[in-house]
Design a protein around this ligand. Structure first.
Ligand code: ATP
Length: 574
């Protein structure tokens, strides 16, 4: 885990060196101040008073310099921590963007993001505390210790004799704190997931009157978090109490021992006092060191989770080919096999071809593998076996951006940002002009709606377009696809969430506006794809039947049954 943190420190070597120099200066100032104190006591005991005014002036100057050193040191470490946190955040976001799709799909969206934010802010504290309280304070303590040893090694040894014993004890405390922290985080994640669920299923929860049951489940989650946190707090309180003891005991024992030495004449009074002052300086960082270790220990759990996330598998960037000859056929799949876990096959030896301008549809029961196939075509998954050619070239040889650029997708849910209509449409093509946007919106049947709004294309949509109907949202997706101007458009059940009127409108739009496009559709409702060139019926990852609607009806197989189960008997000739 330290390697993970040092990776970020190593990015800012210059600032680290500056922080180290400031820390050395800080410890040097501490020693110089104690030396001054010694001189003042010596002079006072000798009955000289004339030098005091000069010494006070010097001490004031020194204190001023010291304040500047401490300020600069804190500023440099604070800046370092901000920079490192920014860099970590960038890495995490970049990782998520490049993460393998199946790995990302396995995460619960809300919990995943909450965990990320929490972990990043924990690690941000880790960056600062490890640097400031452990390394820099550690250097100060070391420098002062060397000076103390040089002044009186016996006295120093007596005051430090505790350290090995307390380190062993701390080690045990810290291990159990880490266990409790892990347990608390686990329970906290469960609570966040449950709370997230409440927001996502708000309507269902209300309609089924589930408030009381959900509230009681949430209360159980809260209780578990409380219990785990309480156990952690108890250990932490014990460690802190122990830490205070460490701060007091060495000074106490050392002063008794040193007092004896002064009485015997083995130690001068000024050395005794300056020794105690320096010991006071280092006992605070030493005891803080333990509470910082507790904090680091907690943040270590978060750093470990982030490290694992950053090591998660990334999707392939594809091959080196960055341009295509747009030849025919557009897509050729030969004996494609795919499985999410390497055990359960989801797609079995699939083969089909799609020519320019053709419209093909994949139909079949829930879980038959239609969406998986679309994601594979989009290059989100790689097949474990078989060949996938795009315009005659193996997809694995093509740059992944080139592959994705060949497709537009209109899925069940259209994501809309809380931004202007123009910006939302530009999502399809960042370089589109206003005229192109208006043409696409017009072709997608959105013109009259947008023009009826007082601010037209500058109207800001609500988050995820909640103030739009399902049909309007799908028209936005079609307008985006038109702006993207790719040859192939994939429709993944675009009408599944629509009422019959909107469904008819969108189906007609696809037939008219997109008539020149090559289309792949995933459909539950067979009526939306009846006039397609070919329909493939999928069953448990196999292409069971294929042909035009009429051909498939003629086979009187699974498609025939499915069609009649949706439309009733006597509807063969549509
Ligand atoms: N990310 C995933 N990890 C593991 N298994 C998955 C994942 N996504 C889908 N599956 C499984 O793969 C199979 C095919 O799912 P897929 O979503 O492709 O089917 P589908 O035909 O599109 O279903 P539907 O019509 O209900 O959307 C199902 O058994 C599903 O449980």
């Amino acid at each position: 885990m330290l390697r993970f943190v040092f990776h970020y420190y190593s990015k800012y070597k210059k600032d680290i060196v500056l922080a180290l120099l400031l820390s050395l200066l800080n410890s040097f100032m501490t020693v110089v101040c104690s030396q001054f104190l010694k001189d003042v006591i010596k002079g006072t005991l000798a009955g000289k008073s004339s030098f005091l005014a000069g010494k006070i002036a010097q001490i004031l100057c020194l204190t001023l310099i010291w304040v500047v050193v401490i300020y600069s040191s804190k500023l440099v470490t604070g800046k370092l921590s901000i920079q490192m946190t920014g860099s970590l955040r960038q890495d995490v976001i970049e990782k998520i963007m490049n993460m393998r799709y199946d790995y990302l799909m396995g995460q619960q969206k809300g919990t995943f993001l909450n965990k990320l934010n929490e972990d990043i802010s924990d690690v941000s504290r880790y960056f600062e505390q490890l640097l400031f309280s452990v390394f820099l304070n550690g250097i100060s303590v070391l420098v002062i210790l060397v000076y103390l040893f040089a002044t009186d090694w016996k006295l120093t040894l007596i005051s430090m004799i505790w350290i090995p014993f307390t380190t062993i004890l701390y080690h045990n405390f810290l291990n159990s704190i880490a266990d409790f922290t892990r347990e608390k985080k686990k329970q906290q994640d469960a609570l966040t997931a449950k709370t997230q669920e409440l927001f996502e299923c708000y309507e269902t929860e209300k309609s089924y009157n589930l408030q009381e049951i959900n509230l009681s489940e949430i209360n159980t989650n809260i209780w578990r978090v409380y219990q785990a946190d309480l156990k952690r707090q108890k250990k932490e309180a014990m460690t802190n109490a122990f830490s205070s003891m460490i701060r007091c005991l060495p000074v106490l024992f050392c002063s008794i021992f040193a007092a004896g030495m002064v009485i015997k004449g083995a130690l001068s009074a000024e050395n005794f006092i300056s020794f105690l002052v320096l010991l006071g300086f280092i006992s605070s960082p030493i005891s803080n060191f333990t509470s910082v270790l507790v904090e680091l220990n907690k943040a270590g759990v978060s750093a470990d989770r982030l490290r694992r996330l950053l090591e998660a598998p990334e999707e392939s960037r594809g091959g080196n080919i960055t341009s295509l000859l747009f030849s025919d056929p557009v897509i050729q799949l030969q004996d494609i096999c795919f499985s999410y876990d390497g055990l359960n096959p989801i797609l079995n030896n699939l083969s089909f071809e799609l020519k320019k301008g053709e419209r093909i549809a994949f139909v079949g029961g829930s879980g038959s593998g239609k969406t998986t196939l679309m994601n594979l075509i989009l290059g989100l998954f790689e097949p474990q076996k078989g060949n996938y050619f795009l315009y005659g070239t193996q997809v694995s040889d093509l740059d992944i951006k080139l592959v994705r650029g060949c497709f537009s997708i209109v899925s069940q849910e259209t994501f809309l940002f809380p931004d202007t209509i123009e910006q939302n449409l530009l999502y399809g093509n960042r370089s589109a002009t206003r005229a192109e946007i208006e043409k696409a919106a017009g072709d997608a049947g959105l013109a009259s709606f947008i023009e009826s709004l007082p601010e037209g294309y500058d109207t800001v949509l609500e988050e995820n377009g909640v103030n739009l109907s399902g049909g309007q949202r799908q028209k936005f997706a079609i307008a985006r696809a038109l702006l993207r101007n790719s040859e192939v458009i994939i429709f993944d059940e675009p009408t599944s969430a629509l009422d019959p009127k909107s469904e008819k409108e969108i189906t007609e739009l696809i037939e008219t506006t997109l008539s020149s496009k090559t289309i792949i559709s995933v459909a539950h409702k067979l009526n939306t794809v009846l006039d397609y060139d070919r329909i493939y019926l999928m069953d448990h990852g196999n292409l069971k039947e294929q042909g035009s609607h009429q051909e498939l009806l003629g086979k009187k197989g699974l498609y025939y049954q499915l069609f009649h189960s949706q439309n009733g008997m006597g509807r063969d000739l549509v």
